[in-house]
Design a protein. Structure first.
Length: 256
């Protein structure tokens, strides 16, 4: 456990060197929209400039989320499957912990970036006329029952588990792609989409074969039960991908 903490500390420091530029950039990008609200309205040039900058803000905030995901994937790829892997795999630590460290750091930095971007979106579109919307939202949150809060929490967990599953799928695809001597990135992309298509095909075949049974089961399940099943399935998929990634790197590691 102590070794894992050291790995997490190292990976967090490495990632923060990049995210300490991304996170303040998101905040500054959103806050800068306030400047255009101080300009006099009614001028067509000013209105056109404000619309253009709003679109630019939104694209920038969405781009920050994509960049965070790309950085997390590159940290895994370069840290374990490229030259840095020579150093990492000489450490007295198991392959599973090396993968888990990268995985945990990605599951922290990517959601934080997305939350900051969502907050930035609110600032970009926020104005005095929307204060009533904020008050309405707070009122609705206060009136939520315990079951409503549980449903909201499980919904968030479904999104989080979905992110974990897709990220672990990328890790596994990269581990398969690095087995090739050439075009490793291309093979990784093909592997990722191949797994996605295979899963979708199996799902469609399963539900079409057991259509009447699944309809009966799903309709009898409550929303909480359905969300819980989704969390368990996505978490199980993530665990399977991580175990397969560890197996490939343990048996067929190729850093050449």
């Amino acid at each position: 456990m102590a070794v894992l903490k050291k790995l997490l500390k190292y990976d967090f420091r490495s990632n923060l060197k990049i995210f300490l530029f991304i996170w303040p950039g998101i905040i500054l990008l959103a806050l800068s929209s306030v400047i255009f609200r101080l300009l006099p309205s009614g001028n067509h040039v000013t209105q056109g400039l404000e619309v253009s900058m709003t679109v630019a803000y939104c694209l920038g905030l969405v781009g920050a989320c994509i960049l965070a995901l790309v950085v997390s994937i590159l940290r895994f790829y370069k840290g374990l499957l490229r030259d840095e892997g020579y150093l990492m795999f000489t450490l007295p630590v198991t392959t599973g912990r090396l993968i888990l460290s990268k995985f945990i750091v990605a599951l922290v930095t990517v959601p934080v970036t997305c939350l900051l971007s969502i907050g930035g979106m609110w600032l970009v579109f926020f104005n005095l006329e929307r204060t009533s919307m904020l008050s309405y939202l707070i009122l609705q949150l206060r009136s939520m029952s315990g079951e409503d809060w549980l449903t909201l929490a499980l919904s968030v967990l479904v999104v989080f588990a979905g992110l974990a599953s897709k990220l672990a799928q990328v890790y596994f695809s990269c581990s398969i792609g690095h087995l090739a001597k050439k075009h490793r990135v291309l093979l990784s992309v093909v592997c990722y989409y191949g797994i996605s298509v295979a899963l979708e095909t199996v799902s469609v075949m399963f539900f079409s074969t057991l259509n009447s049974v699944t309809e009966l089961v799903i309709f009898r399940m409550s929303m909480l039960q359905l969300l819980l099943v989704m969390v368990l399935i996505l978490s199980a998929l993530a665990a399977v991908y991580l175990v397969l990634t560890r197996t490939v790197l343990n048996r067929r590691l190729n850093l050449e």
